[in-house]
Design a protein around this ligand. Structure first.
Ligand code: ASP
Length: 343
């Protein structure tokens, strides 16, 4: 039987139209174009239904409420389709791809986010290839994960990050091998795909994310302790610090370390990620890292900032204590982190 794929079109460049003020999404436009392109009727492709969101968004306007809309949409249509494609703007695609694995617990079917750098309406565009390849992957391979397909790779969603504003290979997965490569052939690296769960848990359940305040702070030389102290005030519940290298910060700034320690003692969960794309955080390597640990911050290991942010929201939604959240942040849940001591 022909496979059926559900395509959720949330917005983004892929379906945009030229307007006087630049590319902008327009209702009905992508649907019309796809209907007019004979290749989408090719027998090599699965049957698919395209559902346009209202409003269609440039992904820069998305919030965690939109992640919930997408997750609910997949959950509602889960039993009726073999796989799911989310057409999404590239700017915040990695954030959505990082949040969905935590929200779609028990996922056993492929969910593939894709989009393009040039709209489908242009003669020279990456949109056609990305959409056709995503449709083929979703129909042919039972990958039980949220993935991101763009250009020549298929990546684990919660490992992906946008690395290029103009290239056709716009995303990378710096700390985890690609799940697949797309060239003349589509090669899936099954050794790196999560196993299918055939147990009792294989029902999809939707986990809405906590909407309370979490934030990201990128360290820079000369950062003011006062500014950080202000940021750490209620209602903030969690903070991702993008620190230097293996997780270092200005340990000689007593005020800054005190501000972090006071917030941690109040229950604010502080997670250290790295400004470097590759590698893992190790707070024991340098005095400048262990000072962050003494102030109550924990290692985010090799998680991307996008994933650390989504995971914090997820853990806050489970009503755990700050210490339980700290412990679970450092535990691999959906393939989002690798601890060097567990490799
Ligand atoms: N600004 C667009 C968006 O994220 C960029 C893109 O789709 O490539 O929606």
């Amino acid at each position: 039987m022909k496979k059926r794929i559900y395509v959720a079109y949330t917005g983004g460049t892929i379906g945009m139209k030229r307007t006087e003020s630049g590319y902008a999404p327009e209702p009905g436009y992508l649907t019309e174009q796809i209907a007019a392109m004979p290749e989408f009727d090719n027998p090599a492709l699965p049957a698919f239904d395209l559902h346009e969101y209202t409003p269609l968004l440039d992904s820069s306007n998305m919030t965690h409420h939109n992640w919930r809309e997408i997750a609910e949409d997949i959950a509602v249509h889960y039993d009726a389709y073999d796989g799911f494609i989310v057409l999404h703007g590239t700017d915040t695609m990695a954030y959505t791809a990082s949040a969905l694995p935590f929200m779609l617990s028990g996922l056993q079917k492929p969910v593939i986010l894709t989009g393009s750098q040039i709209p489908l309406c242009e003669v020279r565009s990456d949109a056609r290839e990305n959409l056709i390849t995503a449709l083929m992957i979703a129909a042919r391979y039972a990958i039980p994960e949220v993935c991101l397909h763009f250009g020549s790779t298929l990546l684990r969603g919660c490992r992906a990050t946008k690395i290029s504003a103009g290239g056709f290979d716009a995303f990378a997965s710096p700390n985890y091998p690609p799940l697949g490569t797309v060239g003349v052939d589509i090669d899936i690296d099954w050794d790196h795909v999560l196993p299918l769960d055939r147990g009792v848990r294989n029902r999809l359940t939707l986990q809405p994310l906590d909407t309370s305040a979490v934030s990201v702070l990128r360290l820079f030389p000369g950062i003011a302790a006062d500014m950080v102290r202000n940021m750490l005030q209620p209602p903030l519940k969690g903070l991702i610090i993008e620190a230097y290298g293996v997780g270092n910060g200005p340990e000689k700034s007593r005020d800054l370390m005190d501000a972090l320690a006071e917030a941690s003692a109040r229950g604010v969960v502080i997670v250290v990620c790295s400004q470097c794309l590759h590698g893992t955080v190790d707070l024991a390597d340098y005095a400048a890292g262990s000072a962050l640990a003494r102030a109550g911050a924990i290692s985010g290991y090799d998680m991307t900032t996008e994933t650390a942010l989504a995971k914090l929201r997820y853990l806050f939604s489970l009503n755990l204590t700050p210490d339980e959240i700290r412990a679970t942040m450092q535990t691999n849940l959906v393939g989002e982190l690798t601890r060097p001591d567990e490799e």
